[in-house]
Design a protein around this ligand. Structure first.
Ligand code: BES
Ligand code: ZN
Length: 880
């Protein structure tokens, strides 16, 4: 484990390395406890660098067995080696071959970075800085090298030997051993290196590219699970086709392989030609996977595949540019899913995720720009801001330029930077060049942290037939950026008449308004629309055109009107969601008094109308009927959070909606019952989502537990079964129905770790103060393992980030369990521990009692000696 050195990496300190590594040849002799790695590196001194410049290579916990240059072993005085660094003091020539021998122990690698073992399969994870745990190297993304990899192992232990690129040779050796050689012709950074070896089952496929080349596809899974990889294979083919159609991007190797492993720190990894996946994002059938799982698999298969162009062919100059590949690739996978499914539904789901994860990050102690300027531990910057806000920034470029110029810009990006390690400046420049626009002010979206707010008020002057919008922008201060500059915000909008139709105007002044977008660039804009005779309702930030918060002075009647009649589906959802949030906040603050009931009744009536509106897709109705989560409400309240009061307010509103719509919801529930065989397609999933959402409401009424139990017992797929189990466990905790269903689920899926994760998750989410103890008990369950990231995230991650009343138990017991567990996880896996620890990032918004106890837990972690760089960085920034 790398402990904290206190070193801070700064963007402004970037400089090219003195040496390059145009070619890398690796030879692995695999063995669980002593894998022998021989690296043959072609080293070149960069032009203009002094001949005396030492060559300094990074390592991480390495044992060096030998070092030679051009065939001659180095003498002790020629180099300095520590586990973390190798320095060649006087490289002999402008170009030479450096031969390094290192020994590593994959079986003891529990950090799951570098070469490790998962279920007896050898696999690697090198992003961001894992390659240096394999051999000494210039382990930075601007060092592009052509790799040739030879892997050797006993045939019975590892019949399958994979690496990046194309297979070139394989053969048998003495003593039951064998080998394979792979060559990747595309120069790549070390973080994209991969190796997999073991006994795995294969699902084969093929894809013919737009230029007619045949690509062999392989998905490798635990033997016996092949039939669970069919959906992933289908998603892969659809991704390959989509990237050709939408972006003109063709695949470039003869083979494309995906391997599913069960111990993985993240979701999946885009290694060139050899993607490695957390098996949770590959394996699926109706018996074991929910519709949400299917949608995730489709999106993540696409995401990693799309990296082949956005990340691999064009990579990042340094890790500050991470959003160059991640934000852009998230944008691409969002567009893919929107095209495969329903665009409006997808957009609503994206916005919910952005608000739930990125907004609190941007508004708390861990806030950072989409392109950060400094970091202590890069692993901690794979954040919602870099990914999700990074994607929104790309979407805004498309909104501002229009789809054609955007596509032209992307084409230019691929043409101009193919084979390079690029920067955000390079990316912005292509769009400036194709459009002739100046994106300097827009670039602040990359450079400045914080969620901008727009305050908007409107006035209509009937006599003058003029409608005015007063818009003011502000960006709240964030850590280390107290003063903010004014941003360019593309605000999509519509003026809606009493008939629900768009209201037109004859002239507009006060801001550039084109194609339904107001371009906000100054602190204040007074936007005057002339020729408007009736007072319109204003629909703002349509499609969530900018990742901002809005404070709109608008009458509730206008919101109700938009929630029912806005022609833009997203905005209709947004208006309804805003009303629900307003009602919940008012209930929390107890500010509406007698008007509370009237407001809730109006919402319940509208909820009923939305539920039964056959013109709306079921998936859309399901999303609209899902109340804002407790954490969403907490975020919008901002400070003095008492999770118990929020929970009570939310329960009460849910009950009001259920009671007001009892009969209609019952009828809808019955009418949506599954007919015909299972299909994971979006429309079928939407019907299940709506039925399960309605079930959640109906379960609050008398007889609710037995209805949910019937639903559970009748379920013929995991979506319905898990939904019913959640309703029973969360709404009817402790009842016989809940206990029986939990026991039945456990018995049915004993031995299927991925499915039992759902069982852990559901129980970790049960509201109330008793869950802390339940989590402690579950940590001793035979299926739980503190060493497996999926188990830890399901049980501890869910408890800490999706159980507001349980985790924030007033006596601090939730925080104590949390801190203990984070430290326990950290001993093996600092990266997973640090991610887990971010669950406390909003501690300052809690009411004083809980705040003090949360701080205590953070301080206890901070006081531990030899904390990993990963965890220390998060804990200290959270406390700062
Ligand atoms: N490159 C990342 C995986 C990664 C992240 C490796 C951090 C090392 C450190 C990959 O492309 C990715 O972004 N994966 C996401 C899923 C994706 C759909 C957003 C993940 O793993 O969560
Ligand atoms: Zn990615």
């Amino acid at each position: 484990m790398r402990t904290d050195t206190g070193q801070v990496f700064k963007l402004e300190d970037y400089r090219p390395s003195d040496y390059l590594i145009p070619a890398t040849s690796l030879d692995f002799r695999l063995s669980p406890d002593a894998t022998h790695v021989t690296a043959l590196l072609t080293i070149e001194r960069r032009e203009g660098v002094a001949a005396t410049a030492p060559l300094v290579l990074e390592g991480d916990g390495l044992t060096l067995l030998g070092v030679a240059i051009d065939g001659h072993a180095l003498a002790a005085g020629d180099y300095e080696a520590t586990p973390d660094r190798l320095m060649i003091l006087k490289p002999p020539a402008q170009r030479f071959e450096l031969r390094l021998e290192t020994e590593i122990a994959p079986s003891r690698n529990e950090a799951l970075m570098g070469l490790y073992r998962s279920n007896n399969v050898y696999c690697t994870q090198c992003e961001a800085e894992g390659f240096r745990r394999i051999t000494y190297f210039l382990d930075r993304p601007d060092i592009l090298s052509v790799y040739t990899v030879r892997v050797e192992a006993p045939h019975n232990e590892a019949p399958l030997l994979l690496s990046n690129g194309n297979p070139v040779e394989r053969g048998a050796l003495a003593n039951g051993r064998h080998y394979a050689v792979w060559h990747d012709p595309f120069p790549k950074p070390s973080y994209l290196f991969a190796l997999v070896a073991g006994a795995l089952g294969k699902v084969a496929g093929s894809f013919t590219t737009m230029s007619g080349r045949e690509v062999e596809l392989g998905i490798y899974v635990e033997p016996g699970k092949e039939r669970l990889a069919g959906y992933a294979m289908d998603a892969l083919k659809r991704s390959m086709k989509w990237d050709e159609d939408a972006f003109g991007r063709e695949y470039d190797l003869d083979v494309f392989n995906i391997v599913a492993v069960s111990d993985f720190n993240m979701g999946a990894m885009e290694n060139k030609g050899l993607n490695v996946f957390n098996d949770k994002y590959v394996l699926a059938d109706e018996e074991t996977a929910t519709d949400a799982d299917f949608a995730n698999i489709e999106a993540i298969i696409a995401h990693e595949y799309f990296h082949n162009w956005t990340g691999n062919r064009i990579t990042c100059r340094d890790w500050f540019q991470l959003c160059l590949k991640e934000g852009l690739t998230v944008y691409r996978d969002h567009e893919f899913s929107a095209d495969q499914r329903s665009r409006a539904v997808k957009r609503i789901a994206e916005v919910r995720t952005l608000r739930a994860h990125q907004f609190p990050e941007d508004q708390g102690p861990l806030a950072h720009p989409v392109r950060p300027r400094r970091y202590r531990e890069i692993n901690n910057f794979y954040t919602a801001t870099v990914y999700e806000k990074g994607s929104e920034v790309v979407r805004m470029i498309c909104t501002i330029l229009g789809p054609e110029a955007f596509r032209a810009g992307m084409d230019l990006y691929f043409e101009r930077h193919d084979g390079e390690a690029a920067t955000i400046e390079d990316f912005l420049k292509v769009f400036e060049d194709v459009s002739g626009r100046d994106l300097a002010q827009f670039a602040l979206w990359y450079h400045q942290a914080g969620t901008p707010n727009l305050t908007v008020s409107s006035a209509h002057n009937a006599a003058a037939r003029e409608f005015t919008l007063e818009i003011e922008q502000s960006v709240p201060p964030t850590p280390s950026e107290s003063r903010k500059r004014l941003m360019h915000i593309p605000l999509a909008f519509g003026l809606v008449g009493a008939d629900g139709k768009p209201v037109t105007w004859t002239a507009v002044e006060g801001a550039t308004v084109d194609d339904g977008i107001i371009h906000i660039r100054r602190r204040r804009h007074t936007v005057r629309f002339s020729g408007v005779s009736e007072r319109p309702s204003v629909s703002l930030n349509r499609g969530f055109s900018a990742p901002i918060t809005l404070s709109v002075q608008q009458k509730a009647d206008d919101q109700f009107f938009l929630a029912a009649h806005d022609s833009d589906a997203f905005s209709r959802w947004q208006a309804f969601n805003t009303l629900l949030t307003d009602a919940l906040i008012a209930a929390f603050r107890q500010i509406l008094g007698g008007k509370q009931a009237v407001f809730a009744a109006r919402l319940a009536e509208l909820a009923g109308r939305i539920a039964g509106d056959e013109a709306l897709e079921p998936a859309y109705r399901a999303l609209a009927l899902t109340l804002p989560g407790e954490a969403d409400i907490a975020r919008d309240i901002g400070k003095g959070i008492d999770p118990d009061a929020i929970f009570a307010a939310r329960e009460a509103l849910a009950r009001t909606i259920a009671e007001a719509n009892r009969d209609a919801f019952s009828a809808l529930y019955d009418s949506l019952a599954d007919k015909g065989p299972f299909s994971p397609d979006a429309a079928s999933a939407g019907r299940r989502a709506l039925r399960n959402t309605v079930l959640d409401y109906l379960s609050l009424l008398p007889g609710g537990a037995s209805l949910a139990a019937r639903h559970f017992n009748a379920a013929s797929n995991m979506t319905d079964r898990a939904a019913a189990l959640a309703v029973l466990a969360l709404r009817h905790s402790g009842t016989a129905e809940a206990e029986e269903a939990l026991a039945a689920f456990e018995a049915r899926y004993r031995g299927d770790a991925l499915v039992l994760d759902k069982w852990f998750q559901i129980q970790a989410g049960v509201p109330g103060e008793r869950t802390v103890d339940k989590v402690r008990v579950l940590m001793r369950h035979p299926a739980f393992s503190i060493a497996n990231p999926n188990r830890v995230r399901s049980l501890i991650g869910t408890f800490a980030s999706a159980n507001q009343t349980g985790f924030h138990r007033a006596d601090g017991e939730g925080y104590r369990l949390f801190a203990e567990t984070v430290l326990e996880v950290e001993k093996r896996n600092p990266q997973v521990a640090a991610r887990l620890a971010t669950a406390l990032r909003s501690w300052r918004s809690l009411e004083p009692g809980r705040q003090a106890k949360a701080k205590q837990a953070l301080l206890e972690m901070a006081q531990v000696e030899n904390l990993s760089a990963d965890l220390r960085d998060i804990v200290e920034r959270t406390l700062a």
